[in-house]
Design a binder for this molecule. Structure first.
Ligand code: HEM
Length: 471
């Protein structure tokens, strides 16, 4: 088998180690425990797989750093990795949010883009009252994927206004979801299911190669000096003379990144990391919030949200953000996150629980979903209370790798909520079309959502959801 695969140059795709039983993961259900682990990358490392340079999220893996920096000094390698993580995060954040007003600008862009998309994509059935819209596949996914395409990667999408674009909006969204599925789900849910991981890897390699190459083209157009060789430099320089890139929406972000002088592979790793967070993860979080407040059980909260939208003052906006956080807490985008212990440890869990005993090599599942309904941190946990302190939430991770898009997500999802719930009498479409179809399984003690797609397949990403509203 090995000889045959070697002849075909396919060995890199396989492992020849004898399969061994995985240890049972250790589960943390409190933020006391989760924060202890997630704030200490020297003892608890990420287990994401790194392709090429990787992105910010991959930097704390000591084993990897020992390889990369070929140092036998453990502490030196770790320090280098931490510095790299922090300096990368700083320059990416600066490029994303260069001004004090950047967040407001993103929020305003979302407000107008979502309204426009709803209008453009709504339809009527003959002799049936109301306007219908698929809020997932025609609105939220689409607006979010334009952030990744137009503002971050500079990849041109095929639309009515731009028929010569490379991919349709939904095609590009699917490519990005394939990338995240591998990063997140192979590692998060199916790291112990090699039969699933193989197919996902293959698909992600294809999607990643294409998105990486197209993004590289955008970066080189903005900064020909990043081109890896002389001929490419000349070609990129000439192209940018004829088609100056500074009018493109991606120019501000890419030119700030290129100004750091980092090599192309480093920039690409970080651009792709941000692009998937800002599109696929983001969109799912926003869809869950909408779906949550459309439920009959939330009729009072919905009425209050509609009232707050019509008021539109600062206090109402703060409460609206509180409603967004509550939906993200109770119907979260991700159920939990993995870490692996590098050393033996005792992890305090708080709330009178015994310390969790960990051995080096143990996998630790931080159940963020369970921790968000822990009554010690969230009194009366299943009640929606938009007045809970913002600091009590850990909706986009915690500690060292805490997501830099947290505030952006809450503020812009609030704009989506405004656009959707200000539609007259907005409600679910009748029948299955008006449901976000799916089911929940308990995995590692944690409710985990799966969604049924229009073609009947199951996916970690939401399928269609049709809404109806009156004229
Ligand atoms: C609601 C939407 C989002 C959710 C639920 C989300 C979730 C997460 C989570 C859970 C992590 C930490 C993973 C870990 O510790 O293992 C993370 C990290 C990250 N996210 Fe997000 N994210 C969202 C939006 C965004 C946006 C909008 C951006 C960019 C604008 C972004 C960029 C990143 C980056 C770069 C990291 C790595 C940070 C680091 O390693 O220090 N995410 N995100």
């Amino acid at each position: 088998m090995k000889a045959s695969l070697t002849r075909q140059k396919l060995t890199a795709k396989y492992s020849f180690d004898h399969p061994s039983a995985l240890r049972v993961p250790k589960v943390l259900n409190t933020f006391t425990g989760i924060k202890t682990v997630f704030s200490d990358p020297s003892r608890f490392k990420v287990i994401y797989e790194k392709y090429g340079y990787g992105s910010i999220m991959m930097f704390d893996n000591i084993a990897q750093c020992v390889e990369t920096f070929s140092s036998s000094l453990f502490s030196l390698s770790l320090t280098t990795a931490l510095l790299r993580h922090n300096s990368d995060k700083e320059y990416v954040l600066h490029a994303l949010f260069p001004e004090k007003d950047s967040l407001n600008q993103y929020a305003a862009w979302f407000a107008s883009s979502v309204k426009a998309k709803i209008q453009e994509k709504s339809w009527k059935y003959t002799n049936v009252p109301g306007n219908y819209v698929d809020i997932v596949k025609d609105v939220v996914n689409i607006v979010s994927v334009h952030v990744a395409a137009d503002k971050l990667t500079g990849i041109s999408l095929k639309t009515k206004e731009n028929p010569s674009g490379m991919y349709t909006e939904n095609e590009f969204f699917d490519m990005l979801s394939t990338l995240v599925s591998t990063l997140i789900f192979v590692t998060f849910l199916t790291f112990d299911e090699p039969e699933t991981s193989f197919a996902l890897h293959e698909a992600a390699m294809q999607a990643g190669t294409i998105i990486g190459a197209l993004t590289a083209k955008s970066v080189m157009e903005v900064a020909p000096s990043t081109s890896p060789n002389f001929l490419a430099k000349v070609a990129a320089g000439t192209a940018s003379l004829f088609w100056p890139p500074n009018g493109k929406p991606s120019y501000p972000f890419l030119s700030k990144l290129a100004a750091t002088g980092r090599p192309l592979d480093q920039l690409l790793g970080n651009i792709l990391g941000v692009a998937v967070g800002a599109s696929v993860n983001y969109s799912q979080a926003a869809v869950n919030v909408i779906d949550f407040y459309l439920d009959d059980a939330r009729v009072n909260e919905r009425a209050h949200i509609v009232q707050l939208i019509s008021k539109g003052d600062a206090a109402s906006n703060t409460l609206l953000r509180g409603y967004v956080c509550e939906a993200m807490r109770l119907k979260p985008q991700f159920p939990g996150l993995w870490r692996e212990a590098v050393v033996d440890a005792h992890i305090p869990q708080g709330q009178g629980l015994p310390d969790l005993e960990i051995k080096a090599g143990d996998r630790i599942w931080g159940s963020f979903r369970n921790a968000h309904i822990n009554p010690s941190d969230f009194p009366d946990p299943t009640t929606v209370n938009p007045n809970r302190p913002l600091a009590s939430y850990n909706l986009n991770g915690a500690g060292f790798h805490n997501c830099p898009g947290t505030t952006y997500a809450q503020q812009t999802i609030a704009e989506i909520v405004k656009a959707v719930f200000s539609l007259k009498n907005v409600r679910r479409a009748p029948g299955d079309a008006g449901k976000l179809n799916g089911f929940t399984e308990i995995i590692h003690e944690t409710e985990t959502d799966f969604y049924v797609q229009r073609n009947g397949t199951v996916s970690p990403w939401p399928g269609s959801l049709h809404l109806v509203y009156d004229d």
